[in-house]
Design a protein around this ligand. Structure first.
Ligand SMILES: Cc1cc2nc3c(=O)[nH]c(=O)nc-3n(C[C@H](O)[C@H](O)[C@H](O)COP(=O)(O)O)c2cc1C
Length: 377
């Protein structure tokens, strides 16, 4: 019954996408966030949403990094950059959410346009560059809140920095972590974002010595919660393995593959559509991330040999996309773009459909499917 309602919402949303796609992306996104915050504050609304839209199944419950997840489908960082949604995120069916990326200092964002859709290629050009009201303001909003699903905070360095040196950048990140750690806000995990490709000037932690320097001070903060790292998909395989080797020396619980696609030659783009945005800076979500993130999930699973959990993110639009990442090695998955193309009920649809795929392949539980295709090339 509930699944039928979820499918009806999905059908209606998809029927309306020609109209929805007439809207300008960033104001539409901001409107959804503001509405979500309002709905979260209306007494009874989160419970009503949960009753209508949340689909649960025993085979989807899983424990990763010591955290219990009712289902493995998460809302990735970037959608809710100001943390307006945690009160309702479980109501639309997600199993967890990363808020942010939040930075220590405030920044109004890179020059417009900052989000543009390529409707047929199912991708957004993103150039926000860590638009943030800053850690203090975000923590103030979240103070006193409690959530029904795990919520983590994604933290990155302020863009722009007052000075472009590594000590300043690392100090800035440490200050943000410290504020979040000491806030009393019940985050379940911390996500260190080292992979935003939209920064005004480069301070890169892709060099093992630099990443070691950063992780040494972040881990010394004793945040008492699992640390996840949001990884790039634009590095070559050898570069990724070097980063993983560095990460494996620290108490990091999980890596997320990955962030936006920087490669404009990815075959997933429809060339004539891509040409319409050729003049704009930024990087890409959605389908152009899919192949590379699928591959890197597998690579990381094989390389880490169980010492890190892998979270798959990039181009998940259907249950088959989510299941493929799980079979490649992802214990959890995250998404953003599918909420735009498929609708807000997409996590509920995935949760309604995933148990049947697990059962078809003889798995009683989602954890049994993790990595079963990792050895296959
Ligand atoms: C509008 C937008 C803003 C984003 N901002 C962030 C961010 O602040 N931090 C981050 O780690 N990832 C950010 N991302 C990347 C997403 O978390 C995700 O890695 C990427 O979009 C691929 O997933 P998808 O194909 O499901 O969209 C952003 C993505 C979009 C579309």
């Amino acid at each position: 019954m509930k699944s039928m309602f979820v499918r009806l919402v999905g059908k209606s949303y998809r029927a309306l996408t020609p109209l929805i796609f007439l809207s300008d992306s960033e104001p539409a996104h901001d409107f959804v966030l503001d509405m979500s915050e309002v709905m979260g504050k209306i007494p009874g609304m989160p419970s009503l949403m949960r009753a209508c839209l949340r689909v649960s199944h025993p085979s989807l419950k899983t424990t990763v990094a010591g955290i219990e997840f009712e289902n493995p489908i998460g809302l990735a960082a970037g959608f809710d950059h100001e943390a307006q949604m945690p009160r309702i995120v479980d109501g639309i069916g997600f199993g967890f959410q990363s808020v942010g990326t939040v930075t220590n200092g405030a920044y109004g964002g890179n020059p417009y346009p900052r989000i543009k859709r390529l409707v047929r290629s199912r991708t957004m050009l993103v150039y926000k560059g860590f638009k943030s009201t800053g850690m203090t303001a975000v923590l103030k909003r979240l103070k006193g809140q409690h959530w029904r699903v795990p919520v983590g905070i994604s933290i990155g360095r302020t863009n722009p920095l007052r000075e472009y040196t590594y000590p300043v950048a690392i100090g800035d990140i440490v200050e943000a972590f410290t504020k979040a750690r000491d806030s009393g806000v019940p985050f379940s995990y911390f996500e260190l974002n080292i992979s935003c490709p939209n920064m005004l000037r480069e301070i890169s932690f892709y060099e093992p010595a630099r990443l070691s320097e950063l992780l040494t001070v972040v881990c010394a903060l004793k945040i008492q919660k699992p640390l996840f790292i949001k990884m790039p998909i634009g590095l070559g395989d050898d570069g990724v393995k070097v980063l993983l080797d560095t990460i494996l020396k620290f108490p990091v619980a999980a890596v997320i593959f990955g962030n936006l696609q920087i490669d404009r030659t990815d075959p997933a783009f429809i060339p004539e559509e891509l040409a319409t945005l050729a003049q704009y800076p930024g990087n890409w979500s959605g389908v152009p991330c899919q192949k590379r993130s699928d591959h890197l999930v597998k690579l990381a699973y094989n390389h880490a040999k169980g010492k890190l959990a892998i979270i798959g993110c990039g181009g998940i639009f259907s249950v088959e996309d989510a299941y493929r990442k799980i079979r490649n090695g992802a214990s959890l998955v995250q998404l953003v773009s599918a909420t735009v193309w498929e609708g807000p009920q997409v996590p509920a649809e995935l949760c309604a459909d995933l148990p049947a795929l697990l059962a078809r392949d003889g798995f009683k539980h989602v954890s049994e499917a993790v990595g079963v295709d990792a050895a296959k090339e």
